[in-house]
Each structure stands twice: as C-alpha cells, then as structure tokens.
Design a protein around this ligand. Sequence first.
Ligand code: PMP
Length: 356
Amino acid sequence: MEFRIREEIKAMKRYVAGKPISEVKRELGLETVVKMASNENPMGASPKVKEMMKRTLEDISLYPDSGSYGLRHELSLRTGRAMEEIIIGGGSDSLIKVISSTFLYPGDEIIMGEHSFSRYEDNAKLMGAKVVKTAMEDLTLHLDLMLEAVSDKTKIIYLCNPNNPTGSSFGKEELEAFLKRVPSSVMVILDEAYREYVTREDYFDALNYLDAYKNLIVLRTFSKAYGMASLRVGYGFADPELIGYFYRVVDPFDVNLFAQEAAVTALQDEEFLHEVVAENTRGKEFFYKELEDLGQSYVVTDANFILWDTQKDDMEIFRRLMQKGYIIRPGGFLGIPGHIRVSISTMDHNIGFMKA
Ligand code: PMP
C-alpha cells in the first residue's frame, strides 16, 4: 500500500462491527431480538429526559455550549465539588482518549487488569505506550498486583470499579490502601461507569479522595444506569489544573445539546434511577439463583451484567442463542474463552433468556 499507516494502529486488534438489530432480525427471520450484550439499560431513559429532548429541538441550529455549563453546574450542586473540577465528554470513551493523549509518550507504560475495559489498552497503544496487564485468575482486580507492577515508566493505572467485563468490585478499604501506596506521579483513573448499580455496603464516594490525592481522576457516565448510551455523555472529576489541560484536548463540541440538557434532567429524576437499580438487583438475584440451580459458577456482580463459566464452547453458545433471538457477549471476544457475559435485562427478558 502507498499510505503509511502507523505501526501502533496496525498492532491494535481488528475492529469487527456488529450488525444492527434490524439486520439480525431480517437475516434470522425473527420477530424480536433482545440485546443483552452491551450493558445498556433495558428500561431506557427517564420519560422526563425524553420530554426535555423534544423541547430542545428548537435550538439545534446553534453549536452546543463547549463548556457544558448547565450540566457541570448541576453536577457541582449534587456532589459538592467545584465546577472547575468537572469535565464533560462525548461518553467516558472520549475522556479515556483525552486522558491518554494528555499523559502518554511513546515508551511510557499503563497498568490495567488482564480482563478489564479494552479502551484503556487501545488508547494507550495509540499513543505508543506499553500496556502492562496484571493477573486476574479469580476474575477480580488485584490492586496489590497493580502496585507491584509499577515501574519508573508507569504513567497511568486504570481501576475499573465495578470491573467490566467481570462485574467484580472492590470496597473502601482496598481503595484507601491502594491510594496510600501508589506513587503521586502515577495517575489513577477510577472508571465508575457502573457505580449506580453497586449494592455492596462498603462502597465509597470516590470524590472524597480528590482533595488528598491530586493524581486521582474519577470517570462516570450517563450511558448505563441513566439509559442514555446513544446520547454520548460521560463526565470526570479531577484537580482543576488537570481539568484545564483536558479541556485543551477534548473536541470543543464533543457533547451535543441534547446530551447536555438530557443529562441535567436525568440527574433530577432520582426516582427513575432508583427503579432502574431495583430492577437490576432483582434480575441479579434471579440469575444467581438460576445459575446455582444449574451448578454454574459465576462472578458475583456489582454491575448490570453477569459473567460465568459455561464450561462449554462460548462461541457455539453465542451462535445458538442468536438463532433464538438473544445476543450476548461470548468470552472469546473478551479473552475469557468458555465464559459468557450477559447484560441483566427486564425480568421478562431474563426469564426468556434462561429458557433459551
Ligand atoms: N468504561 C467502562 C468500564 C465501560 O464498560 C464503558 C462502556 N462499555 C465505558 C467506559 C464507556 O462508556 P461511554 O463512552 O458510553 O460513557
């Protein structure tokens, strides 16, 4: 080929686009197809969000506010953190890219769990950095192993809590022990995409650690429990100086007007969020019981998905479930063959899935 493609890009895993549901239905001749693969919210977004979006239609000819003032203001009121400590991006995906490009030079290292969110790896490689993965034999993150892996090249450690794709989580004591030991020159990215679903009692409010640990960055999103994945809006908290740098990197109009307005409304509808979390907790209990009855060993989850060892060919299970109209994530795609990851859905769909 005539073009010069960067070696870092060539070394990345090939992107395989999934088919849209409409296409799967057409190909398989199915009336309904239930997607339980991407950890989306089966209850959708709050009805108030949808109303707000209709009203917002009037203003689509204007560029959105590049500083997402209204949303940062609302988040500031709700968390007690200053607006200068908050950044909004087009999904937390976008913020992971911003963080990688702010800190990483070629040859630097990042540390992440062996089975954790793939975008940490891809974005690090894009910058020419090396990815050091720590062992997760029991499918949970081991913060002590991450500390042991720190070298003078380490720039970032990614803590995904609850962790995708395993659903496992760590509590307050573990986080505090980690923060005390991690060198202050290493950025700690605490990705809490699924935090709203957490039910363990010893969970923490990560924002309480921002004052003491200037190297801590907390990422959250409206894509999961708030049911707004398609709107692309994620947010982060960090020291104001860092937020200032991140805002130099993020695309100025990354967060569209609908996303900003909808996110403010979503935060205000606390009742809807409670219903979503309660439905997820019911679904989780259902899966635990069913899997125990089947003698399958699963990872205890604090998220809206569950991973388990089927002891069978996961790709075959994936294909056969697809024929029956259920799309799940096979472990082969996640580097954990034999396992499947299933997003917890409404009880109707959970029951239908289990029958299938
Ligand atoms: N972090 C984790 C752990 C995720 O699972 C996801 C979504 N799959 C994201 C970040 C990105 O979410 P979004 O860009 O939709 O905010």
